[in-house]
Design a protein around this ligand. Structure first.
Ligand code: GLV
Ligand code: MN
Ligand code: MN
Length: 406
């Protein structure tokens, strides 16, 4: 089996470990993550790595360098998924990291390589992303550990239930000299495909705001309450969702999404008394994003006031846009060209562990074309030839790093 074929087959094998039969769904430290770790651990050990799971649930395989005190390069991405996901978002970056080490064929470098499968990036279970990479940079603080999921389980309890010790989360922090962080990831958009290119070098990652927005009205009988005497929270929310779409479309490159909505009490013959929604807003310029969030919340206030409703919001995430490291971008671009591909530079609209890792070390990302531009969907795919292109680039990148630091 060729290496591209093997990487794709391994991603598909990991996709079988799912919380929902018939779909791919794997949230932070669900029971199934043990199976993902077991498969990856075996592949890492076969490639010559020593493996452990840190207290935040990140799977970490280390391939030592020629010297015990050698610095290291971290290659990683995430192992959790959105609900009803595809097989490659995050997982491909980890499996490709293992393939990169395997391709060294046992040869040791002047630096070590740590392949990290981060435990959580999507923010599905706790409404808050990057739990795994926050632990790696040492910013998973006690407040975050007390956050609760929909079932009332805290992050600390979830860590405990997985057999780990939340009090040791501080020990997950990356220590020692680190050359940088490299993340392979599917593009999750249509740009590379439209240009007929297999690879893209990421220059920056858009900032994101995530909020919960609530509308409160009055639940009442659906048959007896005349239309003009209602305080329908769901009708207010619907009007606002339309406004989010309309207002966002008026600003170039701004995107905003209401992806989740819950109405209470949630019966066909009861006017909804309260609604809770998610709001996700992204732009490469933080000032534009901040202004958009303010203006969308103002619109919610206006709509609520006109309908006799009350609206409120809770900020879940305010993640600034992040530039990738200029030197690593150049090295990666050069590695792409040396491997015989076009060195296309692009920004990322999706969030990635790299934006958190960049707080502590130089970070770089290589995108692989997404067939059909589809992601966060079961149809998500990657071409074996593109996987081989990414791997060839990764190997050249590693050799350049060795020339610079070996
Ligand atoms: C991660 O997939 C994101 O929401 O950008
Ligand atoms: Mn994702
Ligand atoms: Mn991802």
């Amino acid at each position: 089996m060729g290496i591209g074929q093997e990487v794709v087959a391994r991603c598909c094998q990991l996709a079988k470990h799912t919380e929902e039969p018939g779909w791919i769904t794997r949230t932070f430290l669900s029971e199934l993550m043990h199976c993902v770790h077991a498969d990856l651990r075996a592949w890492m050990e076969q490639a010559g790595m020593s493996v452990h799971v840190d207290a935040a649930g990140n799977l970490r395989g280390y391939y030592g360098g020629t010297r015990a005190d050698a610095p290291k390069l971290i290659v990683g991405s995430h192992l959790d998924t959105v609900p009803h996901a595809g097989a490659f978002d995050g997982i491909l970056g980890v499996v490709l990291g293992v393939a990169l080490v395997k391709s060294l064929g046992g040869r040791r470098l002047g630096f070590g390589i740590e392949v990290v499968g981060s435990s959580e990036e999507e923010g599905v279970r706790f409404g808050f992303p990057f739990i795994g990479s926050r632990a790696l940079v040492g910013s998973l603080d006690d407040t975050l550990l007390t956050r609760r999921d929909a079932g009332g389980t805290s992050v600390a309890d979830a860590i405990r239930a997985f057999g780990l010790n939340p009090e040791a989360v501080g020990e997950a922090r990356v220590t020692g000299a680190t050359l940088g962080y490299l993340e392979f990831h599917i593009e999750q958009g249509p740009v590379l495909e439209s240009l007929n290119l297999p690879l893209g070098v990421v220059t920056s990652i858009a900032g994101q705001s995530r909020l919960e927005v609530m509308f409160e009205g009055k639940a009442n009988h659906a048959g007896t309450t005349p239309m003009h005497l209602r305080r329908d929270a769901l009708a207010g929310a619907a009007e606002w969702i339309g406004a989010v779409e309309r207002e966002t479309a008026a600003t170039p490159s701004l995107v905003a999404t209401v992806g989740k909505i819950e109405a209470q009490p949630g019966a066909g013959n009861v006017i909804a008394g309260s609604v809770r929604m998610s709001l996700d807003v992204r732009h490469t310029k933080d000032a534009v994003r901040a202004e958009a969030v303010k203006s969308l919340l103002d619109s919610a206030q206006q709509i609520a006031a006109q309908r006799g409703l009350v609206t409120s919001s809770e900020l879940r995430l305010d993640q600034a846009a992040v530039a990738m490291d200029a030197q690593l971008i150049e090295m990666l671009g050069c590695a792409v060209r040396e491997s015989g591909y076009t060195d296309h530079r692009m920004h990322s609209g999706a969030g990635h562990d790299a934006m958190v890792m960049a707080e502590r070390m130089p970070a770089a990302m290589l995108f692989l074309r997404s067939p059909g531009g589809i992601s966060h969907h079961p149809d998500e795919a990657v071409l074996e030839a593109d996987v081989e292109a990414a791997l060839a680039t990764g190997l050249r990148f590693v050799h350049q790093l060795e020339r610079a630091h070996g």
